[in-house]
Design a protein around this ligand. Structure first.
Ligand code: NI
Length: 431
């Protein structure tokens, strides 16, 4: 039997708190899960620094990747024998779902920002490069790794396959909303996925939802909206992320200035130098990063040491609402006051902005254009979701942004009470 058609003698099941069970029958999928590159995802948290706010949020990208695989598996099980569905795409969909986040590194968001990396780029490199994952995909056929990379990259010719994994209602989002809700313990993020899966239909170039499932989809859109503001952009989580980002900046700066580290940052040097190859990338997971931070708490450099203590011991920066575009003069004054007080504003005075667009209708050609969700009416006609749903219409195309200013309140309070600088800083921050 061809490798691509091989089934396990007995189905394997993973117990999963969100989907109850994840089912694996295909030999190829089972072998992919066993590769070191996929196992590495156990050591990368799905929500980065969110555990500093929601202590339950320690789940990994491994959990999530299996979940996305399971959702796609259930969707295409329902597609069997329907028009527009080609059973030959089955294994491709499952492999792409399983591997879609393969290139995520430790605390992706901050690492990408500081070292100008792109996790999607690494996903491609792992799939196409000299790795265990590539060897398995190639056994299916020589062109298979390339096809999987194309689906994840959204350039694959069959857009129906792409839309299962990345669209405004895809398996990726359906998994992470429920999973993140479960592990953070919040009451948002829940919606009736079973209902949505039952009414999904394959069309030529996209997945659509029968009109009768509209309210379940509304619920999904609203839960996404609430999860962004209640969980993903939580200001305390962002405080930890700000500190993490500053640690990486500081370590890089020290390295460039030939500072002699108590623990040489071997695992980081190619990141500092801006020439990260795949092998270096795969070696750096969150366990390794936390090991360095723990050791760097005792570095001679006061800034690196202080920032690492803050991160490891969760002694975070405080924050206030602050819009730098409208409060330019306060921003400049604070900068000067911090310098005067001996608190380096490059590391201790940080503006962070988050913004989200919860749902968007189709704007062809515009930057970040997204395919809208289409409802399938009983007469076979397609209608864009926000034209049918008043609830979705009310948040469609509306981008919301939140700006915060982060600073170490403890250091400011530690300044002498007679200091005019201290008085003025607190006046600007707290009015
Ligand atoms: Ni994902």
């Amino acid at each position: 039997m061809a490798y691509k058609d091989e089934k396990l003698n007995e189905e394997k099941v993973f117990k999963d708190p969100v989907h109850r069970y994840v089912h694996v029958r295909d030999r190829v999928i089972w072998d992919l899960i066993g590769t070191p590159e996929f196992q590495r995802l156990r050591r990368v948290k799905q929500l980065g620094t969110s555990y500093t706010t929601f202590h339950g949020a320690e789940h990994s990208r491994f959990n999530h990747s299996l979940g996305v695989y399971e959702i796609v598996r259930r969707i295409i099980n329902n597609f069997e024998n329907r028009p527009n569905w080609n059973e030959d795409e089955r294994l491709l969909c499952l492999a792409a779902a399983l591997l879609h986040d393969l290139g995520h590194g430790p605390f992706s968001h901050s690492f990408e920002k500081v070292f100008k990396l792109d996790h999607e780029d690494f996903t491609r490199k792992i799939i196409l490069g000299d790795t265990g994952v590539n060897a398995i995909l190639r056994r299916v056929d020589d062109n298979f790794p390339h096809k999987v990379a194309e689906v994840i990259n959204k350039t694959y010719e069959n857009k129906l396959v792409v839309s299962l994994i990345s669209s405004q209602i895809d398996a990726d989002r359906m998994d992470y909303l429920q999973r993140d809700a479960y592990f953070t313990g919040v009451s948002y993020g829940h919606f009736d996925m079973e209902r949505i899966l039952r009414v999904m239909r394959p069309m030529e170039d996209q997945v659509v939802v029968k009109e009768s499932g509209m309210h379940a989809v509304e619920d999904y859109i609203m839960s996404r909206y609430q999860m962004y503001w209640q969980v993903y952009f939580h200001p305390v989580t962002r405080s930890a992320e700000v500190i993490l980002t500053k640690i990486l900046h500081r370590a890089k700066e020290l390295y460039e200035n030939q500072y002699s580290f108590y623990l040489e940052p071997y695992h980081f040097t190619s990141f500092f130098a801006g020439e990260v190859d795949l092998q270096d990338y795969l070696k750096l997971d969150e366990n390794v990063v936390m090991y360095y931070f723990q050791i760097w708490k005792d570095e001679i450099d006061p800034v690196l040491s202080d920032l690492c203590k803050r991160f490891v011991d969760r002694h975070l920066f405080k924050y206030v609402e602050f819009n730098p575009n409208q409060q330019m003069s306060e921003w400049m004054e604070l900068h000067k006051l911090f310098q005067k007080a001996g608190i380096d504003p490059d590391y201790y005075l940080v503006v962070d902005s988050s913004s989200d667009l919860p749902y968007d209708f189709y704007r062809p050609g515009e930057e970040g254009e997204r395919l809208p969700i289409h409802l399938l009416r009983p007469n076979g006609e397609l209608k864009e979701l926000s034209r049918q749903s008043d609830i979705v219409e009310s948040i469609s195309g509306k981008k919301r942004t939140d700006h915060k200013l982060y600073f170490p309140k403890d250091l400011i309070e530690g300044l002498s009470n007679r200091s005019k600088t201290k008085k003025r800083i607190l006046e600007i921050l707290y009015g």
